[in-house]
Design a protein around this ligand. Sequence first.
Ligand SMILES: [Zn+2]
Length: 187
Amino acid sequence: MIDRATGLLAGVRQVLSPHCDERPAGTVPELLVVHGISLPPGEFCGPWIDRLFTGTLPADVHPYFKEIEGLVASAHALIRRDGQIVQYVPFGARAWHAGRSEYQGRSACNDFSIGIELEGADGTPYTEPQYGALVALVATLLAAYPSLSCAAIAGHSDVAPGRKTDPWQVFDWPRFRTLLKERLAAQ
Ligand SMILES: [Zn+2]
């Protein structure tokens, strides 16, 4: 499902972002970072996440867009409310999702991580299809990149505490871990 040569997922919508670069020499993905995002915050299913990650978000459409004008960000993939996956950055490349961050004493998580966004908002539970798609995507990534591990999966809030709160308390980590374990056991 992932072409290792290109770092692209087969069968998903690709909206390639210019907001990425190469990982430092010799660095491989070792961490998965789970995020939550919606644009504007709390509104789902619009075109705006694609636009943010491709640097084409029109600042005049919403006051919040004005607030984040000039923000240059991306993630490797987004899982929408219906479970549809969109890929923005090849997994081998460095996406710009974690910002100032640290995982187990190692800073600059973008260098060695893969960032997955879930379309969501604080206080709104994620959907069944999102958990299903996330588990399938993570299982695929674990198979394609042996440097990853199911022990090294963190939330943005875990790697940037005090600065970031996504994917928020509504992300059900025990449920995700149980589903992932079941999925990996069934392979
Ligand atoms: Zn985040």
